[in-house]
Design a protein around this ligand. Structure first.
Ligand code: BES
Ligand code: MN
Ligand code: MN
Length: 456
């Protein structure tokens, strides 16, 4: 089947690439207060572009944090309505010295576009936007009704969009969601993601003495907040990757034998994964589960940073009064963020060493999710992907989290189609993030074809 929108997209690819680069130049880092204005600029530029293309009712939805971007086009009478989702915020770019070219100066190198946010998620947001642009410019109409909802706080937990969705606004009435924020299992292999891990992100704060103390004068008698914190952290997980919080694993729903069998037939090379992707001398974790099970269907716990104490050059002999650790847990189906947090908090308080006070704080949560595959939109997606990529679609899960997918299902009853175009070596959240240029071009075509197939 020929599509004039696909032809338009091919002709306009150089312009589409320039427009993606312009968005990537805006350092919309949602977690850093000094980039608040940049987040707004990114939202405004997307809004202006959607309006220019002919999308209607375009507006920013304001909340406590960074704005949501909304627009719609609802003239496909009798056709389904899709809610398009992506995020314009990005992770911090540090460590800066490890970038080959600066994170906010998008640069093409051997078939890739390097920049913070290239794959996660501006390249994928723009794949949606440019698909709409191509459909509207070539045919002055869309094959289905479309609502667009882009957020600027996905990387910090998405509280604003969660409460907006929970209020069930009429603006979000739709039949399904297209979420463009995931990866393909391998280059050239069309992929739909059907499950995500949830998470709880926490801080443990330990306080010992009333103030920092001379470590010679008081060492041996005064509690050391860092040592106490290290003792707590060491009791959270054992050497075999087993989490030691009592009750933590209760209620977990394992993948079905059919799903596990499908995972075994995916083209996965553990040695290649260990050397090229992870780059460590050995993989760790629960030995009785495969790597895909460990990262997709088992919960885990990680420590992200321990700010505080003396970290300057040279030596300072001090007993720090306070220490903090940032700790998160990834959750799988059958686990609930509130319950997991309560078990964890109780356990940390119980194992706290003598002489210190411990506070356990919850920063944000997201539910794990499995999306239904027995709906016509998944079928339409696999037809579209076959046309564009010439191959059958593989169904995978991902170990990452996109909290909004659970909210779409719970509050709006929407099934999500998670069709993503990132690649396993895109360096998400890391230095030298990239987006494969071919995936940008074919991502646009995939979204065009998907919307066309979804209207049949
Ligand atoms: N797009 C990612 C999640 C992802 C990555 C899904 C790879 C599938 C494949 C998303 O932007 C992300 O990083 N989410 C955070 C969520 C958190 C801060 C609530 C994550 O997973 O750490
Ligand atoms: Mn993302
Ligand atoms: Mn991310």
């Amino acid at each position: 089947m020929s599509s004039s929108a696909v032809a338009f997209a091919r002709q306009n690819q150089p312009r589409f690439l320039d427009e993606l680069k312009a968005l990537l130049r805006i350092p919309s880092i949602s977690t850093l207060p000094e980039h608040k204005g940049d987040c707004r600029r990114a939202a405004e530029s997307l809004l202006a572009e959607l309006k220019r293309m002919g999308m209607e009712h375009g507006r920013l939805i304001e909340g406590a944090g960074h704005p949501l971007v909304y627009a719609d086009w609802l003239h496909a009478v009798g056709k389904p309505t899709v809610l398009l989702y992506g995020h314009y915020d990005v992770q911090p770019a540090d460590p800066l010295e490890e970038w080959v070219t600066p994170p906010f100066e998008p640069t093409e190198r051997n078939g890739n576009l390097y920049a913070r946010g290239a794959a996660d998620d501006k390249g994928q947001v723009m794949a949606q936007v440019k698909a709409l642009d191509s459909l509207l410019a070539s045919g002055r109409a869309l094959p289905v009704n479309v609502r667009v909802l882009y957020e600027g706080e996905e990387e910090v937990g998405g509280e604003a969009i969660a409460s907006y969705i929970a209020s069930k606004p009429a603006d979000l009435r739709a039949d399904f969601a297209l979420v463009s924020d995931t990866e393909m299992f391998a280059p050239g292999l069309p992929t739909l993601c059907v499950g995500l891990r949830g998470m709880i992100y926490t801080e443990i704060e330990v306080r010992g003495a009333r103030t920092d103390l001379h470590s010679g004068v008081y060492g041996g008698a005064a509690p050391n907040a860092f040592v106490s914190l290290a003792q707590i952290l060491a009791k959270l997980k054992d050497e075999d990757g087993h989490i030691l919080i009592p009750g933590f694993y209760d209620g977990i729903i394992p993948p079905s034998p059919e799903e596990l069998a499908a995972w075994r037939s995916l083209p996965f090379d553990e040695e290649q994964y260990r050397t090229a992707e992870v780059g460590a001398k050995q993989l760790v974790g629960e030995a009785s589960y495969s790597v895909l099970e460990r990262t997709w269907a088992r919960p885990t716990l990680d420590v992200h940073g321990i700010p505080g104490g003396f970290t300057g050059a040279g030596a300072k002999t001090v007993i720090p009064a306070k220490a903090v650790a940032k700790v998160s847990m990834r959750l799988v189906p059958g686990m609930a963020p509130a319950k997991t947090f309560a078990l964890y908090k109780g356990y940390v308080e119980q194992i706290a060493p003598a002489g210190v006070q411990v506070e356990v704080r919850l920063l944000h949560t997201g539910d794990p999710c499995i999306v239904p595959v027995d709906n016509p939109y998944i079928q339409a997606a696999t037809r579209a992907l076959r046309e564009v990529w010439g191959k059958d679609t593989v169904f995978i899960r991902s170990g990452g989290s996109i909290p909004v997918v659970g909210d779409f299902s719970r509050h709006l009853g929407l099934p999500s189609v998670m069709m993503g175009f990132g690649l396993p070596d895109d360096n998400l959240h890391a230095p030298n993030e990239k987006f494969h240029l071919k995936n940008y071009a074919l991502g646009i075509e995939s979204v065009i074809r998907f919307l066309e197939e979804a209207s049949r």
